[in-house]
Design a protein around this ligand. Sequence first.
Ligand code: ATP
Ligand code: MG
Length: 278
Amino acid sequence: MERPQWSLSDFEIGKFIGEGKFGKVYLAREKQSGYVVALKVIFKKKLEKYRFHSHLRREIEIQRGLDHPNVLRLFAWFHDADRVVLVLEYAARGELYKLLRSIGRFSERTAATYAASLAGALAYCHKKQVIHRDIKPENLLLDIEGRLKIADFGWAVQSNAKRHTLCGTIDYLAPEMVEKKAHGYAVDNWTLGILCYEFLYGSPPFEAAEQNDTLMRIVKVDLMFPLTPYVSADAKDLICKLLVKDSSKRISLDDILKHPWIIKNADPSGSISPSERS
Ligand code: ATP
Ligand code: MG
């Protein structure tokens, strides 16, 4: 999939996969190699309307530079007069979010496998100085083998410096983001804690009817573990080590991979078959 200049005529366009804020996603096949990809087609008109151009370029440049089994590959991109086209790795099993909602919650094996995949991918991104900051189930896709892929670097920032911008979905915000303090890499560690909880219990830990109550529960770290469903002490121990208010005291990504819950439960292959999920 290396070529100096791509165009839409290099692809056979297949089924429509879905629509986002700025464009549509289609299944496609590269004519010469037969390679199956997802094409994200973004209309420039929409971009101009939202003055999103530099934002998108940043998204593209960040994702192009990443090559990890748990980060959705951006193979190439091109544009014509009307649209920008991203040539993406195809994640055949779609959104992790839909799967989680449909089966309610994951088994410890599934949850730990996804947590380990996320920790590995985030460690890789952090080494490349990329903070995703918008890790949430909607941005996690599954490939044909059930392997987790982080997608959507729309909000990611490539930076050494700490960032102050408030962004992301409210349930996944770290306390330092809620309090609009400086925040850095450890934001992604917090979010990993939120996700581990959600994988095991089916909903995020600080959920509340009112957004303000969620924000208050986040800054107080008002964490409670319901008695049902049964969740192991190891899992709770890891969640408690991630959901720590002081960002410098959160367990590191490398130590997550050495945590007993991950060691005992995560499948080293990273792939989960449909029968193993719940
Ligand atoms: P946003 O515009 O905020 O990113 P979104 O994530 O819903 O919103 P897209 O990323 O454009 O929008 O994706 C639209 C749909 O296509 C989603 O349902 C998403 O799961 C699916 N999708 C996107 N990329 C791929 C891919 N590479 N493989 C398979 N499905 C994908
Ligand atoms: Mg998206």
